[in-house]
Design a protein around this ligand. Structure first.
Ligand code: HEC
Ligand code: HEC
Ligand code: HEC
Ligand code: HEC
Length: 155
């Protein structure tokens, strides 16, 4: 018997170590994995409610059009027509769903910076995307002195 064990003792110790580690893992998993994990998939079911509880910050472009149909109309046929209002105006759910939206009147975008966020010349941008170097375009004037932000084409 001892003869038999002598050649295999290291295997037995290894086996005990593995079994111990497995036991620790199973206990830790039972304690730490939330009860509602895996009901609908590889996630915690309660995460759905947690996410739904986040207040909305973006209203979506449909909402803006309900009250600002003049702006929607002025964008028709322009290359800016498909850009979401909130891409420039920021998240405005609080304004759009207010009882009195004029009481939560949003600040207008800063025309000195907003256009160049997208249009500043940069070799990393696709060559076909309209881009300008403000040093030699527009004589240093605010972009909106020549371009209407909602319909920027000049001709
Ligand atoms: C329920 C109606 C309503 C909705 C929806 C709404 N607005 Fe307004 N908005 C108003 C009113 C009313 C004013 C105040 C107008 C005024 O005082 O000239 C206003 C003012 C603004 C102003 C400031 C105008 C200025 O001259 O300073 C901006 C910008 C604006 N809204 C953008 C948006 C955007 C973008 C959305 C969509 C996320 C939106 N609004 C959704 C009713 C609404
Ligand atoms: C490309 C950026 C951009 C987008 C997209 C955009 N706006 Fe504007 N908007 C501006 C800027 C910049 C001003 C301020 C102009 C100024 O100060 O002369 C402005 C001004 C306004 C004003 C104030 C009144 C006016 O006519 O100047 C309202 C209201 C408004 N935007 C609503 C909207 C709505 C609604 C949408 C979506 C249908 C929208 N905007 C999309 C950039 C944008
Ligand atoms: C959120 C990004 C974004 C912002 C901010 C933005 N633009 Fe644009 N702009 C675009 C896109 C996208 C197009 C369409 C590009 C295309 O057709 O390939 C465009 C098109 C244009 C064009 C038409 C170019 C042509 O080919 O005829 C002009 C001019 C322009 N923008 C000026 C402005 C000005 C001025 C502002 C600031 C008031 C502004 N843009 C702000 C994204 C933006
Ligand atoms: C003094 C008037 C003026 C000012 C200020 C001005 N632009 Fe222009 N911009 C023009 C004219 C004119 C064109 C050529 C006509 C067109 O493409 O619509 C043009 C064209 C453009 C184009 C299209 C370029 C292309 O390759 O198709 C973009 C983008 C543009 N401007 C963005 C801006 C931005 C951003 C600002 C502010 C930094 C600005 N512009 C300021 C007059 C001006």
């Amino acid at each position: 018997m001892r003869e038999w064990l002598r050649d295999r003792e290291h295997m037995v110790r290894m086996g005990i170590l593995f079994a111990g580690a497995l036991a620790v893992f199973l206990v830790a998993r039972a304690v730490m994995v939330p009860k509602d994990f895996g009901t609908y998939g590889h996630f915690r079911t309660g995460a759905l409610a947690d996410n739904m509880a986040h207040p909305l910050v973006f209203a979506g472009r449909q909402a803006c059009g309900d009250c600002h149909d003049d702006i929607v109309a002025s964008r028709k046929g322009s290359k800016h027509e498909q850009i979401g209002c909130e891409a420039c105006h920021g998240a405005l759910e609080a304004h759009a769903s207010a009882d009195d939206p004029s009481a939560l009147k949003p600040k207008l975008p800063d025309v000195k910076t907003i256009c160049l966020v997208c249009h500043r010349e940069n070799v990393a941008k696709p060559a076909g995307f309209p881009q300008v170097d403000p040093k030699d375009h527009g004589d240093g004037g605010p972009c909106t002195s020549c371009h209407n932000p909602h319909h920027p084409e000049i001709s």
